[in-house]
Write a protein of this length. Structure first.
Length: 121
């Protein structure tokens, strides 16, 4: 699932992930939380921190601290700072990609993260 207020970025993500994963867009954190509660097939979460960053961090914190919703989290961001990297580390984000990113690298990171999560259960 992609949590992103940018329709163009969701289209790009859907295009690069097509055929490998079912793509579920959520244009805000509220819709993402609804999907996480009702859809047990969600195997990873992509959060774009460029749109509503505080809400994105709140969602990441919830997902990472929840026993019921334990999915890998991939962060997309434009801002490439040490502060952002540190916050991703503190929130236990699985992967971070700075825009512009290489779609092949994103697919590989998601595949590796999802595989590692499946084998840990």
């Amino acid at each position: 699932m992609s949590v992103n207020g940018n329709t163009a970025m969701n289209y790009l993500l859907q295009t690069i992930l097509k055929g490998k994963y079912d793509f579920l867009p959520a244009n805000n954190v509220y819709r993402a939380m609804q999907q996480l509660r009702t859809n047990s097939k969600i195997c990873f979460l992509i959060v774009d921190l460029d749109f509503h960053p505080q809400q994105g961090w709140d969602l990441i914190e919830h997902v990472k601290s929840s026993k019921l919703c334990n999915v890998p989290v991939v962060v997309l961001a434009t801002e490439n700072t040490e502060l952002l990297r540190q916050k991703c580390y503190e929130y236990e984000v699985d992967e971070i990609f700075f825009k512009p990113f290489n779609p092949v690298d994103l697919i590989a990171a998601i595949s590796n993260t999802v595989s590692a999560t499946v084998f840990n259960y």
